[in-house]
Design a protein around this ligand. Sequence first.
Ligand SMILES: NC(=O)c1ccc[n+]([C@@H]2O[C@H](COP(=O)([O-])OP(=O)(O)OC[C@H]3O[C@@H](n4cnc5c(N)ncnc54)[C@H](OP(=O)(O)O)[C@@H]3O)[C@@H](O)[C@H]2O)c1
Length: 411
Amino acid sequence: PAPAAWRRRSSAVAAGPRRYRIAWEPLAVSEKPRLSGRWLLVTPDGPGAEDTALACEQALAGHGADVVVIRVGAAVERAELALMLPEFGALAGVLSLLAPAEYPHPGPQTPDACPAGTLLLLQALGDSGIDAPLWCATRGAVAVDGTEEVRPEQAQVWGLGRVAALEHPLRWGGLVDLPEPLDGPALDGLCAVLAGLDGEDQVAVRAPVPLGRRLVPAPEPATPAPAPWTPRGTVLVTGGTGGLGAQVARWLAERGAEHLVLLGRRGPEAPGADALTDALSALGARSTVLACDVADRAALERVLERLHDAGDTVRAVVHTAGLTSDTPLMDCTPEELARLTEAKTLGAAHLDALFDGRPLDAFVLFSSISGTWGSGGQGAYAAANAYLDGIAAARRGRGLTATSVAWGPWA
Ligand SMILES: NC(=O)c1ccc[n+]([C@@H]2O[C@H](COP(=O)([O-])OP(=O)(O)OC[C@H]3O[C@@H](n4cnc5c(N)ncnc54)[C@H](OP(=O)(O)O)[C@@H]3O)[C@@H](O)[C@H]2O)c1
C-alpha cells in the first residue's frame, strides 16, 4: 500500500519541462570596472600567442591590476610549474590564455591537447597552495547565436572548467569566451567579467555587453510537430553492444532501420552481442557487429570501406561509444585525460570528417548532463561530452545534420 500511495502522489505532481537548452542573457556592466591587486597572466610561450597576451596585459593594467606574466613552455611539467608560480607573491586573480592557443603541447594534435594545458595549470596552482581565482579564457568555445563558429576543442575547456568549479569552488574564477577580433570594447568586457559580475562565472564577451550562460526550459516542439526521423537502410551505432547502444539498436530496428552496424572495441566478443543480434533479427533487421576502436581513424575507415564494398550505404550515425571517469581533476594525468576522452572526442571527430560530403539523415551524439552543468569527479567525462556538444554545434553551423543529446542518468 505504501508504494502505491507514493506512486499516486508522485503521479499527481505536474510534470516539469523535460528538455532544456542553453540561453545567453545580457549582463549589466559597470561603466568603469576596476581590478585591484596582482593578477597573473598565464600565456603559452610560443608563436601566435603574443598579440593576445599583450592586449590582455595592457587591458588588465589599464583597469587597475598589477599584472605579472608567466610564459608557459610547451613541455613544462606540473611540478616545475608549481615551483615557478609562488615567485609572483600574493595574487588577486589568475587569467589563463592557455586554451585559445589550442595546441600548447608538442606531439600529435589531439583534442585533449587543448584542455590539458588548463588541467596542468589548475593542478600546479593547487600544488603551490595558490587560492586566487582562476579564470580561463577561450575563443569559440560557445556560440551565443546560430551564426557563430564553435571550436569543439575549446568547448572541452568549458566542460572541464564546470567540474573545476565544483571540485575547487574557492580557487575557481570562471570561464570567459573571447570574441574575434579582441578589440577595445571586448577587452573592456573581459576586465568587467574579471572584476566580478554578480557571481557570473560562465560568460561570453560579445558586443554590446557580455552574456551570461543560462539553462532554460526548451520550448515545446511546434504544432504540428515536424515529421519524426524515420530510420532507414544502414545505421552505424558506435558503442552498439553497450548498455544504451543496444537499446538504441533495438529502437532503430523497431522503427525501420534494415541493417545495424554495431561497433565496439570487443566487437562480437562483447557480452550479450549474440543475444542482441538475435533480438534485432527477430525485429526484422540485419546486424553486423565489428571490433573497431573509434578513436583509431584508420580502423573506422576500414569499416566504412567494408560497408561500401558490400553495397551498404550508411544513412545515419549514432555515436554512443565512450568511457566514464571518476578521477578528481587534481589526480587526473594528461595521459588519463586523453585515454578517457578519446572514444568520444576522436571518435566524433573522425566520424564527422569521414562522413564529410556523404549525406546523412541523422548524426546523433550521446552526450551527458555532466558536460552541461559539471559533475564532481568527472572532469574528463564532462570535457569529452562538452566536445560532443561543440561538434554538433560546429556541424550545424556548416549546415549539416547533428544532434547532441545531453542525457541525464538512464537508470
Ligand atoms: N547510461 C547513462 O545513464 C548515460 C547517461 C548520460 C550519457 N550516457 C552516454 O551514453 C553512452 C552510452 O552509455 P552506456 O551506459 O551504454 O555505456 P556502456 O554500457 O559502457 O557502453 C559504452 C560502449 O562504448 C564502447 N566503447 C568504449 N570505448 C570505445 C572505443 N574507443 N571504440 C569503440 N567503442 C568503444 C564500449 O564497448 P567496448 O568496451 O567493447 O569498446 C561499450 O559498448 C556513453 O557515451 C555515455 O556517456 C549514458
